[in-house]
Ligand binder design. Structure first.
Ligand code: CUA
Length: 200
């Protein structure tokens, strides 16, 4: 058995040889640190991309002001329909010429109001909340796309530069008739705007 200890001795010899190797040229130490040209290139690209992501978060939160809603955007979902709540009688209000605010109440399975008309070029600030479960609020052909969460008022602003019909759809599954939950916004041509102005 003692003769079979030779294989164990051999690694010791190899180690000894390894130790002598760096001493010979000093190159094998460098070989451990060497990073392949392409590997190094991709490492740099990865760090640059991470830097861009980090910067984009900083810029969007501080320069553009995209942040999580604060306490001002919270509402007790049980008081949504109370008198005095802006969501008790939701709808469109004109704040100034061409500027509107629209309050929307979401519930299973409808939006209130179901239909609004705004003139072409109208800038509309949307305030949306839910009185029951989580819904979605997406206006077709626009960037308006928010979650509607009970207890929170989602706000967004959009300027309607193209006339026509826009559908608001619920894109968050909210129960059996989720797919039927929608509302409409009609953006009217200037001629119609004059007509609706005459109605007032
Ligand atoms: Cu509301 Cu889906």
């Amino acid at each position: 058995m003692s003769e079979q200890t030779n294989p164990i001795e051999d690694p010791v010899v190899e180690e000894a040889q390894d130790q002598s190797a760096p001493v010979e040229g000093g190159l094998s130490e460098d070989a451990h640190l060497h990073i392949d040209k392409y590997e190094s290139m991709w490492l740099k690209i990865a760090f640059i991309i991470m830097g861009v992501f980090f910067l984009s978060v900083i810029v969007s939160s501080f320069a553009i002001g995209i942040q999580l809603p604060g306490a001002y955007a919270r509402i007790d979902p049980t008081t949504v329909n109370d008198p005095g709540s802006p969501f008790a009688e939701p709808g469109l209000r004109e704040l100034a010429p061409g500027k509107y605010e629209a309050y929307y109440r979401a519930q299973i399975w409808q939006f209130t109001p179901r239909e609004i008309h705004v003139p072409l070029g109208a800038e509309v600030s949307f305030y949306v909340t839910s009185q029951d479960v989580m819904h979605g609020f997406k206006i077709s052909d626009t960037n308006v796309n928010v979650m509607v969460i009970p207890g929170q008022v989602s706000t967004l602003k959009h300027t309607f530069d193209k006339p026509g019909e826009y559908k608001i759809i619920c894109h968050e599954y909210c129960g059996q008739l989720h797919h039927t939950m929608y509302a409409q916004i009609f953006v009217d041509e200037p001629t119609e705007e004059v007509a609706s102005g005459a109605q007032n």
